[in-house]
Design a protein around this ligand. Structure first.
Ligand SMILES: [Zn+2]
Length: 102
């Protein structure tokens, strides 16, 4: 039975143990690195190829970065609007104080 894993690098196994990174020595995947439960090797404990995990991690980070870039564009627009508002307020205050002095 396959475990449901979140995307990216898994630092903890559902059993609570930290994961470790090891290098495969099998004929099928020689030298390929993988994350596994630091305590138990077997069903219901983490096993994930490092290259898959790293790719998922990069994809998740790229998605986050894209959202942050969009947010930054909105924030810059809002900042510009606020600067315009402040300029208007300063002008109104200046006009009022001139009237009061007269
Ligand atoms: Zn475990």
């Amino acid at each position: 039975m396959a475990m449901e894993l979140g995307p990216g690098i898994t630092r903890r196994c559902p059993c609570g143990a930290f994961t470790v990174v090891l290098t495969s020595k099998t004929k099928e995947n020689p030298g390929r690195r993988f994350y596994k439960c630091g305590v138990v090797f077997g069903e219901n404990h983490i096993f994930k190829w490092a290259d898959d995990a790293h790719l998922e991690e990069i994809e998740a980070m790229a998605a986050k970065q894209s959202v942050m870039e969009q947010d930054l564009i909105k924030i810059k627009e809002q900042l510009l609007e606020m600067k315009k508002d402040i300029t208007e307020i300063v002008e109104v205050v200046a006009a009022l104080s001139t009237k009061i002095r007269k």
